[in-house]
Write a protein that binds this ligand. Sequence first.
Ligand code: CJB
Length: 799
Amino acid sequence: MDLRNGLRPLGSTPAEFEQDLLSNLYYRRGTTVESASAQDAYETLALTVRDRLAARRARTAAAQYDSNPRWVYYLSAEYLLGPQLDQNLLYSGTTDLAPAALKALGFDPAEVAALDVEPGLGNGGLGRLAACLLDSLATMDIPAVGYGIRYDLGIFKQSFENGEQVEKPDDWAFQGDPWEFPAPDDRNRVGFYGHVGPEGWVPGEVIDGEPSHLLVPGYGTETVNFIRLWRARATEASFDLSRFSAGQYAEAVDQAVRAENISKVLYPDDSTESGRELRLKQQYFLVSCSLRDIIRRFRFRNHDWAEFPAKAVIQLNDTHPTLAIPELMRLLVDEEGLDWDQAWSIVRQTFAYTCHTLLPEALETWPVAMLGRLLPRHLEIIYRINDGLLGEVRSRFPGDLDRVRRMSLIQEEPERRVRMANLAVTGTFAVNGVAELHSQLLTATTFHDFATMWPDRFRNVTNGVSPRRFVRLANPGLSSLITSGLGTDAWLRDLSLLAGLAPLAGDSAFRAQWRTEKRRAKAALGLGDPGALLDVMIKRFHEYKRQQLKLLHIITLYHRLKSDPGRFGVPRTVLFGGKAAPAYTAAKSIIHLINAVAATIAADPVTSGQLRVVFPPNYNVTLAEKIIPAADLSEQISMAGKEASGTGNMKLALNGAITIGTLDGANVEIRDRVGGENFFLFGLDATGAAALRGSSYQPRSYYDSDPELKAALDAVLAGAFGGVGHDVAQSLLDRDEYLTLADYRSYVDAQDEVSAAWQDQERWTRMSILNAANSGFFSSDRTVADYLDRIWRATPVRP
Ligand code: CJB
């Protein structure tokens, strides 16, 4: 018998599902209906749904194993997966069965569903992109594995105390995680420190990496892929029994605690540098465990190293996993006995690198001294790679010492540091930016020297988002309307079909239904007047993203309202969501000021109903899925040339929000597709912004010449908002690194156009429908198709 196909099929009728639930409650959860808590019911439901995916996984694995394909391996320090229950119900076709079965057994489905905790294993866009790409890879039947770290504590929980951000640990898995399969037998040993002797690297410390995996189902297909997450485990030897016996309990476990700290916490920095040794250890830990796993998988079916690139393409999600390059060199040369050139050729054909930033401070570098202490053999390998690189630079550009200095993997001043982005470009066959503009700016600025030497290495792959999660799951009402409008739900696997909605923008009955769905989503969010324009800015807090610009606009609206309440225009609710890195003082000051302005406005009777500012704490994927369907206006107002892409902009446009934005990141492509008449453009473009920053920019000149701007800043300086925000206003006047004041007038004028457009609800709805209709390009399925075509060259395997 073929055991792989001999599984007892799992039930698909309500009675069978109920039976499966009951048997899991008894035999795996070890309890009974009478004594089960809601948590028992939740975990049992998760197991019952997971079983269905696991059966598909078994069939997928068999097909993938048989075809010995080229695998896509995605290495990422972050995965922002979002809640698992809803997704897995939908993808296993049990969305209706599950609540019925729970009810039949006497449980409250809503109470049970509320226990699903989102694994916050990422900071923001970069981690969420990783999750969307894995969703699309599975949906498109591509053999793929995501590798990451199973942090004990995910992105911190944000709350506000007196309007200030307070961070609390996010112990997301304290109840255990029912979606996960631990695989302790696949542990890998990882070394750190030590020295390089005649016998090679002798680590001074070893720890174990223990994997567990989470299933990643495709939508509308059998395929189920997986993510493998590593958790640090102390080895037996690190427990000091003699100290324990001597009563030195803390010392006895000291080494073990330090070892397990490696996967203790996700670093909460987003696009900001953090030079901590523990972070470097995390990065090497991820890379070392994952490469061993990839090699083990390669060896199932293959024997010849020369075949490795044909069987594995490894995508580095930003520079965080770049140590994979010297690590694979070490494994091939030191452990497998290949010569350097053979190994380098394999490495160079295997890795590809995605860059996600334009901020110079976000390009990782590590002190040579630190890296050499932690990974002495890797530093030697990096030096040797650098010799090869600089040899090539010298022969291509003789006498150009400055170029050699710029391209070197080692920065000399003010301290010797390893430049991880240069290493990533040197050790890969493809480097991509994440939006057209971003990719252009990368080759024109950040990687200009490399693009001159190796023009073929650089390409663009514009980001995308999962239409399953961000339309179907987040916005079921609009999804049904789209399906009925198009006469098919095939758009969930081919988002270009949304174009078929465009003619319906001219149909007044359809427009009325569209408005009804928006209002329904707004009502569900519980923000009061669903007739008010809901203006949302949801993203990490960063000065370049310019939440402070939105704030100046709000203060201006408030002043107008106070001076002439009768002439105000349209009621608005402004919603902010987002976290600031705990050490990012300027961003935290902006959060504080937003809350202070919100409180002042709320307390002022003149504004009642006309202007509200709300800031629900702890923005995460769960909350995003509630806010995005309700949004009317999408704020994408970064200084042009700083936002690599943005993906919230895509999610909002797909749900019918209209963008107000600069020509930055993927905004450019959104505007190209939805049309300039359906997009509120303002501000300097990337060229203009760079030119102004390069000259002697004088923020005060804007303040002096614009009375509304002056009034807004003066109010903050005078303490009109509970005395909060002096530092924010002062820094805008003195420095304004991101040209907030230069773009203020153009932004406020564009916002006046927004208000005018809103007054014509038929026009607004037309614009809204056309935004959704023309955003099909921004599906992560299209992104994956582009990666396949331009970089990965892997083909589907259908179970
Ligand atoms: N990004 O979320 C992060 N973290 C970083 O450290 C660097 C960049 C974001 O990645 C997204 C996905 O590519 C982009 O859409 C976004 O512009 C960028 O800031």
